[in-house]
Design a protein around this ligand. Structure first.
Ligand SMILES: N[C@@H](CCC(=O)N[C@@H](CS)C(=O)NCC(=O)O)C(=O)O
Length: 279
């Protein structure tokens, strides 16, 4: 791993690392915030953050203001890029497919299957790398925004026991039922709808056994321009109600889809995860 940025931040240090990814077959960048406790060599739990469409590792670390809260709770923050990258990696001119739009799944269809294995990357390779190179405990939680909210929910639901808690802002909770997800899933997974269900938070919640439930918090702004067409939090609430899955879904008047919304509530999300991680 090679460190390509470091900045003192709220007593801790925001870093950006570049590394070769075996899962993705390309170089990747990842933001890592070390709270001062980690700089002193203390082992700290880790919160993973998955960003949305068009994002890189930079959006969260420069816009969310999460570091002050992570410093207070002694959490390491890990914010990877949103897809494999590079000239040899398949892409699409649209903002919602290809590079910047990996949807945190493992693609099975050409030309995507060669590199688009974001689930293996975020759930397996990256935690192993972080736990090897940083003073991280094995206690992990995961959060994300929009496509990354989908990614966080699906990653926690597919890997019972691996994450202490999950949270999301403005999440694509039912990708099989909305156009962002339908377009991406058709490209990455083909037309087999059963395969889509394995990457759909609402479908996974309906199938989860009670012993696998993870503490879940979802925040949604009511002035979000994607609320009705892409996000549809009512589908998550209905699935949770039917399955007896405990979750907290909150709606906030006046907030839109942007990082201004995330910055306004990220402190509450980090406190929520810190409670689960420090238990
Ligand atoms: N209409 C937008 C859709 C992309 C978008 O809103 N991306 C969200 C995540 S779904 C984001 O975080 N953008 C980057 C930012 O706000 O920093 C576009 O065409 O770029």
């Amino acid at each position: 791993m090679e460190r390509i940025e470091q900045h003192a931040c709220f007593g801790g240090r925001q870093e950006v690392w570049r590394h070769a990814s075996a899962a993705l077959g390309c170089d990747m960048r990842v933001g890592v915030f070390r709270p001062s406790a980690a700089l002193r060599g203390e082992s700290c739990p880790v919160l993973y953050w998955l960003s949305g469409l068009t994002c890189t590792e930079q959006n969260f670390i420069t816009k969310a203001g999460a570091q002050a809260h992570a410093e207070r709770h002694g959490l390491i923050l890990v914010a990877p890029d949103t897809s494999p990258r590079g000239e040899g990696v398949a892409d699409d001119p649209a903002y919602d497919l290809g590079q910047g739009a990996g949807f945190y799944l493992n693609a099975t269809q050409a030309p995507w299957a060669a590199h688009y294995r974001m689930q293996d990357y975020v759930a397996e390779e990256l935690p192993a790398l972080i736990e090897r190179h940083f003073p991280a405990t094995a206690a992990r939680s995961i959060a994300g925004h929009s496509m990354g909210g989908h990614g966080a929910l699906v990653t926690a639901l597919r890997n019972p026991g691996r994450y202490r808690s999950v949270s999301a802002f403005s999440a694509v909770v039912a990708p099989s039922q909305v156009s962002w997800g339908q377009k991406a899933f058709a490209a990455y997974l083909g037309e087999d709808r059963e395969a889509w269900g394995r990457w759909d938070a609402v479908a996974l919640i309906r199938a989860a056994s009670p012993s696998e439930h993870v503490p879940m918090l979802v925040d949604q702004g009511l002035d979000d321009e994607f609320l009705e067409a892409q996000l549809r939090p009512e589908l998550l609430e209905a699935a949770c109600l039917d399955a007896g899955y405990l979750s907290t879904v909150r709606r906030h008047a006046g907030y839109d889809h942007s990082y201004y919304f995330i910055a306004s509530f990220i402190g509450e999300h980090i406190a929520f995860h810190a409670r689960a991680l420090r238990e």
